[in-house]
Design a protein around this ligand. Structure first.
Ligand code: HEM
Ligand code: HEM
Length: 190
């Protein structure tokens, strides 16, 4: 398997980034629902609310770094041809959904970052390193960024439901092995 995408399929880098970001985003939703539900004096799974906030911010910024690498990687290689079992309507849907997913990979961490910086909450990376605040206190910007972050979270969830639903339908209902295109295993001969 080559590193970059090519006519033979997705490259190793695309696959590694795809599943790493999927894992990090799953963590983001779990952390967000815990940290916004428990109180400052409570713990969940052994972590305080402040720690959950910190890990949510840290992992979110890590995901931003990976998203930038992913965008560059997507531009470097050549996209593999469409899977032959996708209808024209499905190709149109996938194209739009991928635009939303790529936008969310940037908008979610950036809006979160702007919210916590303009709101004066800050980021303690890995619970150790304080990131300098490049924005300063700006309450109106903080409120706008917060709502963008919350609304973006729902839009991303809807795009993901469509993305995952389409893949699972092809994989398990139509049985055409679409999921294999993003897995490490080499493709079966057609
Ligand atoms: C990378 C992807 C990220 C995803 C998918 C994500 C997702 C979410 C979601 C789903 C929520 C819950 C929103 C709600 O209340 O309904 C949330 C809340 C929050 N996120 Fe993120 N987030 C990301 C990155 C970040 C980053 C980088 C920061 C800060 C540096 C951040 C800071 C926050 C804060 C402070 C809240 C609490 C907002 C509130 O008070 O309700 N997030 N995030
Ligand atoms: C945060 C979660 C996810 C994001 C942001 C995401 C995003 C993407 C994007 C942008 C692509 C296009 C290829 C690329 O440019 O990298 C893609 C392809 C793909 N994704 Fe996901 N994905 C996520 C989760 C999942 C999950 C959970 C599955 C498994 C059910 C999945 C299965 C696939 C498959 C099979 C393809 C290749 C489709 C094809 O070319 O025919 N994805 N994904």
């Amino acid at each position: 398997m080559s590193l970059l995408n090519g006519l033979g399929g997705y490259g190793a880098l695309t696959k590694a980034l795809h599943w790493s970001i999927a894992g990090l985003f799953a963590f983001q939703y779990v952390a967000a629902s815990i940290m916004t539900r428990i109180g400052p004096a409570e713990t969940a799974l052994g972590l305080s609310q402040a720690s959950w906030f910190n890990w949510h911010k840290t992992i979110g910024l890590l995901a931003l770094g990976l998203a930038v690498v992913r965008l560059v990687n997507r531009r470097l290689g050549e996209l593999p041809p469409w899977a032959p079992t996708l209808s024209d309507a499905e190709r149109g849907f996938i194209h739009r959904a991928e635009q939303v997913l790529y936008a969310a990979m940037l908008v979610m961490p950036l809006s979160g970052f702007v919210y916590v910086m303009a709101g004066g909450y800050g980021v303690l990376l890995f619970g150790r390193f304080e990131i300098a605040n490049p924005i300063g206190a700006w309450p109106t910007l903080a409120t706008g960024a917060k709502w963008l972050h919350i609304a973006g979270g729902w839009v991303l969830l809807a795009a993901l439901a469509g993305h995952i639903g389409l893949v699972l339908r092809h994989q398990f209902v139509l049985g055409d092995g679409l999921l294999r295109r993003m897995l490490v295993a080499p493709r079966q001969p057609d």
